[in-house]
Design a protein around this ligand. Structure first.
Ligand code: DX5
Ligand code: ZN
Length: 221
């Protein structure tokens, strides 16, 4: 397992002050910026695209930008994000016709590549890809909205994914996204996650630094 990463989801940031609020959550101890891209097609909600990613880079955000594409199709937007300063790009395999090609495109564009599994999508579906991807993202809510409750059966899937990754001997990150908070992050770390997306639990708390410090304390203990 790799060292823990907290990736605050700026889906829950103040969009009217996005640069400042993103910098604030990084100053408070966030490691990566989790950037949720929704297209009102693959998911029933609409957020932001590559121009906003580029604007954050121009504003001076230097932390890794972890783009989570909830869009269909994937390839063209993935390339646009690579050009807009994304560090890693994750996509839902069912949203692209040729999954292996999409991974190659992302990597050739110089970004880390991740695949995202919805809560009910089996791990078997990505067994061929384990030698090629940099991250598996397990959704612990149905994608589309922040502030939902963690779906309990995903905990077992996390344990299985950890075992599968360990078998490969490769450094593949295991990220969890949805309903992550101070109360469950310790259990998620124990189960094998190393990369934690959290939106409402951080941005909805009055004190980002305190919340992130409490999350890190749960991981250390
Ligand atoms: C949901 C997004 C998540 C979301 C998580 O589709 O992928 O990243 O922002 O939000 P919370 O932490 O509030 O569940
Ligand atoms: Zn996300």
């Amino acid at each position: 397992k790799q060292s823990a990463v907290i990736a605050p989801s700026i889906l829950s940031a103040d969009f009217a002050r996005l640069g400042e609020d993103t910098q604030a959550v990084l100053d408070a101890g966030g490691d990566w910026v989790h950037f949720d891209v929704m297209d009102n097609h693959y998911v029933p909600n609409l957020t932001f695209g590559p121009m906003i990613c580029k604007a954050l880079r121009n504003y001076g955000i230097t932390a890794p930008i972890d783009v989570h594409l909830m869009v269909e199709p994937v390839d063209e937007l993935a390339l646009a994000f690579a050009g807009a300063g994304a560090s890693g790009i994750s996509f839902h395999p069912e949203a692209t016709r040729h999954v292996d090609r999409t991974i190659s495109l992302i990597k050739e564009a110089g970004c880390k590549a991740g695949v995202v599994l919805n809560p009910a999508t089996p791990l078997d579906s990505i067994s061929c890809l384990l030698g090629k991807i940099d991250m598996i993202l397990l959704m612990s809510v149905n994608p589309g909205f922040g502030g939902q409750k963690f779906i309990p059966y995903v905990m077992d899937k996390i344990r299985q994914a950890r075992a599968i990754i360990d078998d490969t001997g490769r450094d593949v990150r295991l990220q969890v996204d949805g309903g992550v908070d101070v109360d469950n992050i310790g259990e998620l770390w124990e189960a094998g996650c190393d990369t934690f997306v959290s939106g409402s639990a951080i941005f909805g708390s009055g004190d980002y630094a305190r919340t992130i410090a409490r999350m890190n304390a749960e991981i250390d203990s």
